[in-house]
Design a protein around this ligand. Structure first.
Ligand SMILES: NC(=O)c1ccc[n+]([C@@H]2O[C@H](COP(=O)([O-])OP(=O)(O)OC[C@H]3O[C@@H](n4cnc5c(N)ncnc54)[C@H](OP(=O)(O)O)[C@@H]3O)[C@@H](O)[C@H]2O)c1
Length: 253
């Protein structure tokens, strides 16, 4: 980023943001003047992302989202560097299994839950206690359209994203009126995570979408910026579906 925008005075933590959707969210928040802490497991990739986003306003804290010490370190280092943590975007997620629910390895299913749901709760507890309960703010959970309807062969992932959507409602109810909590449910967004779903057949995959293209990280960045801005001040507990219209097809044919 060449020219820095005026500081907004706000600070965000975005988990899993060395690439993909999290990076797109961090970019959108920095573009409006926020300072941001990004996380990810690979330290080198995280460092590179900090440099690309602008080390003047970004810190990186490496670690696994489900690791309690990492969660504590991310919040503590954000408070130490920037003095506040207004926004939390729970984006780090995993989907390591493909196949029928009848045969899913239960230990893997447990791991999916740990990373996608329990980690989001852990981070939310920490930002709430460190800053938000006294000062307000907003939380955004990156769920998925897989959490809204059955998704063949990625069932455990879908169940975890459905839980994330209910977690969003629970926290929205409990943290009101101080903190708004919303979710975003994307359809396929072009990232490493989703590559197998469109690689070599992007045109065909895009044709299923009423808006005639797959998503890009900035589509989710824009939605997260809205849900952490004053423009959504009266919105909480909601799941914003950002899907190029693919859900509209449910009523066709
Ligand atoms: N792309 C899609 O089509 C799509 C659709 C719906 C929902 N989503 C959701 O969007 C989120 C981001 O996905 P993406 O597509 O942007 O994936 P991605 O391109 O693979 O990026 C994932 C990011 O999270 C980090 N990460 C992965 N596992 C982590 C962990 N256990 N702890 C901490 N950081 C971790 C990765 O860095 P390291 O590998 O270095 O840790 C990377 O920075 C996920 O929650 C996913 O479920 C994606």
């Amino acid at each position: 980023m060449t020219e820095l925008p005026e500081l907004s005075g706000k600070v965000a933590i975005v988990t899993g943001a060395s690439r993909g959707i999290g990076y797109g969210v961090a970019e959108a928040l920095i573009a409006r003047g926020d300072r941001v802490c990004i996380t990810g497991r690979n330290e080198d990739a995280l460092k590179e992302a900090v440099e690309q986003l602008g080390a003047e306003r970004v810190i990186g804290v490496a670690g696994k989202a489900h690791d309690l010490d990492h969660q504590a370190a991310a919040v503590e280092r954000t408070m130490a560097a920037f003095g506040r943590v207004d926004f939390l975007v729970n984006n780090a997620g995993t989907n390591p299994v493909f196949g029928p629910m009848a045969d899913v390895d239960l230990n893997v299913a447990r791991k999916v839950f740990e990373t996608n749901v329990i980690s989001a709760l852990g981070f939310a507890q920490r930002t709430w206690h460190a800053w938000q309960k006294d000062n307000g703010g907003a939380i955004v959970n990156i769920a998925s359209v897989a959490g809204l309807a059955p998704s063949p062969f990625i069932g455990a992932y879908g169940v975890s994203k459905a839980a994330m959507i209910n977690l969003t409602q629970q926290l929205a109810h409990e943290f009101a009126p101080r903190v708004r909590v919303n979710a975003i449910a994307p359809a396929v967004v072009k990232t490493k995570f989703a590559q197998a779903l469109y690689e070599g057949r992007e045109e065909e995959a895009a044709a299923a979408y009423p808006l005639a293209r797959l998503g890009v990280p900035s589509d989710i960045g824009g939605a997260a910026a809205f849900l952490t801005s004053g423009q959504s001040d009266w919105v909480t507990g909601q799941t914003l579906v950002v899907d190029g219209g693919i859900f509209l097809n449910a009523g066709v044919g």
